[in-house]
Design a protein around this ligand. Structure first.
Ligand SMILES: NC(=O)c1ccc[n+]([C@@H]2O[C@H](COP(=O)([O-])OP(=O)(O)OC[C@H]3O[C@@H](n4cnc5c(N)ncnc54)[C@H](O)[C@@H]3O)[C@@H](O)[C@H]2O)c1
Ligand SMILES: O=C(O)C[C@H](O)C(=O)O
Length: 314
């Protein structure tokens, strides 16, 4: 008999609820949506509403809402979205002190009830929050992963597809590094239908798209006015979850623990990975030109600066 998969989504706010719904719609597993005790009823309400959509979308999964981590026991996958989101004028790094405490306490509970699970972290500043989850969990490195690159690459792909008036399916961008303004969109490794992007657009236009990608999260924060993006982040988490739960071995950018790869140690940073049933199956190392490595070094340094804040505060 096939075993039903269990996915817990911690944080039932904009990204958590949207992710739970996308996962349920895709029939990837039973969903446990968790938030704080003060929000138990709204969390139950969101979950019940989603469950009642399943007959319409034709998906046989259970969705429950709860404030009790016992309900998350033996999850195959846990997605952490708990924490505060930034407002206009803030950087993601401004969230570090509040969210480090939340991610630490959530991870402790997750690990207590699901010692064999895989964790994907979304909470910002996500590179450092993935580090916090890793250190708190004591899990092997392949089972703690951060989401950034799928979203940042999706933004890049969106802008390129719009510019060239082609299908988004044919654009294959490549964004590495920190989830922040120092991220590294690698134009040299970006293609449209197999054709190098540099052959299709002038450098000046590509530079504008790179800059818009770097500040893509902030563009949405400014438009929303109170909160940050959630549809594209939820879609990105769903793609990563599917790769893991179906052991697809997808080649996707993810925030991974580096031990020597790209010349960095004891650091979480966005790199190309193979995502499969064990989590990060492999980190792919690619050749970088000196200026690309310099940009990645800057990215790595900005993650280190935030990690320092987290470790100094302990
Ligand atoms: N990495 C990325 O690409 C990316 C993308 C989007 C959002 N984010 C980040 O994800 C986080 C969530 O964003 P959002 O838009 O869903 O925010 P939100 O405010 O809508 O939801 C956050 C939820 O977390 C809950 N929460 C707080 N403390 C908790 C705890 N201890 N246990 C359980 N739940 C708790 C809150 O009650 C709230 O419901 C933010 O930090 C945001 O910056 C990251
Ligand atoms: O921009 C944010 O604060 C949220 C998220 O990291 C994003 O990129 O949309």
């Amino acid at each position: 008999m096939l075993k039903r998969r269990k996915i817990s989504v911690i944080g039932a706010g904009f990204t958590g609820a949207t992710t739970a719904f996308m996962l349920a719609q895709r029939e990837l597993g039973d969903i446990v949506l968790v938030d704080i005790p003060q929000l138990e009823n709204p969390t139950k309400g969101k979950a019940l509403d989603m469950a009642e959509a399943m007959p319409v979308v034709g998906s046989d999964v259970h969705v429950i809402g709860t404030a009790s981590y016992e309900d998350t026991a033996n999850s195959d996958l846990v997605i952490i979205t708990a924490g505060v989101a930034r407002k206009p004028g803030m950087s993601r790094d401004d969230l570090v002190n509040t969210n480090a405490g939340i991610v630490r306490s959530v991870t402790e509970q997750v690990v207590k009830f699901s010692p064999n699970t895989i964790i994907i972290v979304l909470s910002n500043p996500v590179d450092a929050m993935t580090y916090v989850a890793y250190k708190t969990s004591g899990f092997p490195k392949e089972r703690v992963i951060g989401q950034a690159g799928v979203l940042d690459t999706a933004r890049f792909n969106t802008f390129v597809a719009e510019e060239l008036s082609v299908s988004v399916e044919d654009v294959s961008g490549f964004v590495l590094g920190v989830h922040g303004d120092d991220m590294v969109p690698l134009v040299r490794y970006s293609y449209v239908g197999g054709i190098p992007l540099e052959k299709l657009l002038p450098k000046s236009r590509i530079d504008e798209i790179v800059q818009r990608t770097r500040t893509g999260g902030g563009e949405i924060v400014n438009l929303l006015g109170n909160g940050s993006a959630y549809y594209a982040p939820a879609a990105s988490l769903t793609q990563m979850a599917e790769a893991i739960l179906k052991d697809k071995r997808r080649v996707l950018p993810a925030i991974a623990y580096l031990q020597g790869e790209y010349g960095y140690n004891d650091l979480f940073l966005g790199v190309p990975t193979i995502l499969g049933g064990h989590g990060i199956e492999k980190i792919i190392e690619i050749d970088l030109l000196p200026e690309e490595k310099e940009a990645l070094d800057k990215s790595a340094q900005s993650v280190r600066n935030v990690i320092q804040v987290v470790t100094a505060a302990r």
